[in-house]
Design a protein around this ligand. Structure first.
Ligand SMILES: [Zn+2]
Length: 62
């Protein structure tokens, strides 16, 4: 899973986005930032966010 914390993107927000791929995370970020923070996500912002996405390892993987 990929994971992105909204606070890592500079927002005072504890929302955490998880998705299977970076592309899915980006779509969720765009939705979340526009709905909750009322900010239009620019191409530059999307590129920055891409750099903040982390790999999440879980213990229950085979
Ligand atoms: Zn947020």
């Amino acid at each position: 899973m990929k994971i992105l914390r909204c606070c890592d993107a500079g927002f005072d927000c504890d929302h955490v986005i998880r998705a299977a791929s970076e592309e899915d995370i980006l779509w969720e970020v765009v939705d979340h930032v526009q709905d909750v923070h009322h900010i239009e996500v620019t191409v530059e912002m999307a590129e920055q966010v891409e750099g903040l996405i982390q790999e999440e390892w879980t213990n229950d993987e085979p």
